[in-house]
Design a protein around this ligand. Structure first.
Ligand code: HMG
Ligand code: MG
Length: 295
């Protein structure tokens, strides 16, 4: 068994994944305050927002304003999620140096979430590639429904390997494996990582666990056993994907941070300040979340 990494990067996705399904509209000013608190807590990377269609995700329709108004700290990487060329151009106009793209290994989820097939989602990425190269952007790539899909059940791992290869061919440098509906078990995580890490090194992967069934923390521990050193979390555990029925919030960033502290793993985060950010956003969000999958 390998030893745990000595330090990890936690990627805060609360302002995007956390807020995207929240029913009550959080004001631009409140989002900016929240993101500034996260920067102040020492997060290495913050996913600020997404430049997606406001018809699909009304909560993040103020992506441009939020991006302009936040205080950016030099040591923090600020990332925007983009679904297509339109979103990528908006992110470039908003001066992002880092973007995240997404695909999935489930055809049904692809249609529900982005109105296109998996193949079409890669065609969109092919159109985007010249722009992100020309703009010198760092690109992170999500693969959703890696373990379980709410519509198609358990996923065949060949399709996951295929998506990873395609991402790497596109020059994507960090790949976040998403347990979109929070159903993966630690054994399933170990099984898949064993297959994936037989082909690629652990330092290009992040793990993105939603915590629907309460196994996210154990899943992260399984990831640490495989020397994975990047984990996504959402302060306060808020959120979920509105197009994945049954998806609850991400694992709370403060829970990952506590786990790492207890294992002697460095995160560079100030826990008291992280708790301030978590309390701030938890007090604002209405626990009821939006689920467009049923529409
Ligand atoms: P579409 O309706 O097929 O788009 O949606 P379209 O290309 O046909 O365009 C329709 C209209 O949308 C046009 O405007 C476009 O200009 C506009 P109109 O002519 O009608 O006025 N449009 C846009 N507007 C703003 N920004 C854009 C954009 N693109 C087109 N980027 C589309 C296709 C991909 C846009 C839509 O399906 C979409 O926005 N989907 C995003 C859904 C989403 O954000 N889901 C959650 C994020 S993924 C996730 O949560 C999983 C993750 O956390 C990992 C995990 O947990 O597994 C990452
Ligand atoms: Mg997610």
């Amino acid at each position: 068994m390998s030893s745990y990494p000595s330090s990890v990067k936690l990627v805060e996705v609360g302002p995007r994944d956390g807020l995207q399904s929240i029913v009550n509209i959080i004001s631009t000013e409140e989002k900016v305050n929240y993101i500034n608190l996260l920067s102040d807590a020492g997060m290495q990377e913050i996913e600020v927002t997404s430049f997606v269609s406001p018809k699909w995700i009304p909560q993040l329709a103020d992506a441009t304003d939020v991006s302009i108004l936040i205080n950016q700290i030099p040591d923090t990487c600020y990332t925007a999620l983009v679904p297509n060329l339109h979103g990528l151009k908006n992110a470039v106009d908003s001066k992002y140096k880092s973007v995240a793209v997404f695909t999935t290994v489930s055809e049904t989820f692809s249609q529900k979430n982005t109105n296109c097939s998996i193949q079409e989602s890669f065609k969109r990425l092919n159109f985007m590639q010249p722009i992100w190269e020309e703009s010198n952007l760092r690109v992170r790539g999500y693969i959703s429904t890696v373990w379980h899909c709410p519509y198609e059940g358990i996923i065949q791992y060949d399709s996951i390997l295929d998506s990873i290869s395609k991402y790497l061919d596109l020059g994507i440098t960090e790949i976040s494996l998403g347990d979109t509906i929070g159903k993966a078990t630690p054994d399933e995580v170990r099984w898949l990582l064993d297959k994936i890490l037989a082909k690629w090194p652990p330092n290009i992967f992040a793990l993105h666990f939603h915590d629907t069934f309460g196994s996210a923390e154990e899943n992260i521990q399984a990831g640490l056993e495989f020397e994975i050193s990047i984990f996504d979390g959402s302060t306060g555990g808020i959120g979920g994907c509105p197009y994945a029925e049954g998806s609850s919030g991400n694992i709370a960033t403060e829970a990952i941070n506590s786990l790492c502290n207890s294992l002697g793993i460095e995160t560079g985060i100030q826990p008291e300040k992280l708790n301030i950010a978590a309390n701030f956003i938890q007090n604002l969000v209405n626990k009821e979340s939006r689920n467009y999958a049923k529409d």
